[in-house]
Design a protein around this ligand. Sequence first.
Ligand SMILES: *Cc1c(COP(=O)(O)O)cnc(C)c1O
Length: 242
Amino acid sequence: MSAGPAEGSGRRRRQLAAGLSTVRERMAAACSGAGRDPAELTLTVVTKFFPASDVRLLAGLGVTHVGENRHQEARAKVDECADVPGLWWHFVGGLQSNKAAAVAAYADVVESLDRTKLVAPLQRGAQDRGRELDVLVQVGLDPPGVGHRNGADPDEVPALAEAVLAAGSLRLRGVMGVAPLGADPRPAFERLAEVGRVVRGLAPQASWMSAGMSADLEQAVRCGATHVRIGSAILGERPRIE
Ligand SMILES: *Cc1c(COP(=O)(O)O)cnc(C)c1O
């Protein structure tokens, strides 16, 4: 065995460990600043654009929740990590209805349900797999008038939630949101929290609020996030090929 790759992976492991420890400290400080119990906050590490070898290293560092945003890449990584025990895969990206059943075949959580059309294929995929799939409704947090909305209109969320509740193999767990770029994220996260309360009124177990990324995790925690989704602060900058 040559020393090269092992040394390289030792270096990468140290980088990831350092990123993780910084993020865990930020999470703990944010919880303490908000008077919240850190045990209420789950870290999902978003590994998109990074190789399965990073997922393995992260798993060795205690990470159990990983996120991906593109079906093909996610599918391949899930396969490459099939022997890693205890990983939960979160699908956090835009979902095409013709891919939704395939995503439900490997994802443990789909965080990006944003229209009714996705419910039937997700239900079918989960049923074929023979297990329940956790689902979050993605709420659009861009101000009205922005052409492309990342997520469902807040007004449409109750109907979407009802559709998920009516699907036997889907388990409604709460809401997810991405703050608009280049603006104060606080009003967006407050809106998300409010929609989250409405959803919880329909289904008490739907208590998750997935919000907060590398740049805005503190604001999200202050607004009640139960799950933060962190990529670059742990893995480094992604290649600019999005
Ligand atoms: C990429 C991505 C993240 C992580 O973003 P960072 O800014 O790198 O932390 C979180 N959520 C979603 C939906 C993403 O696509």
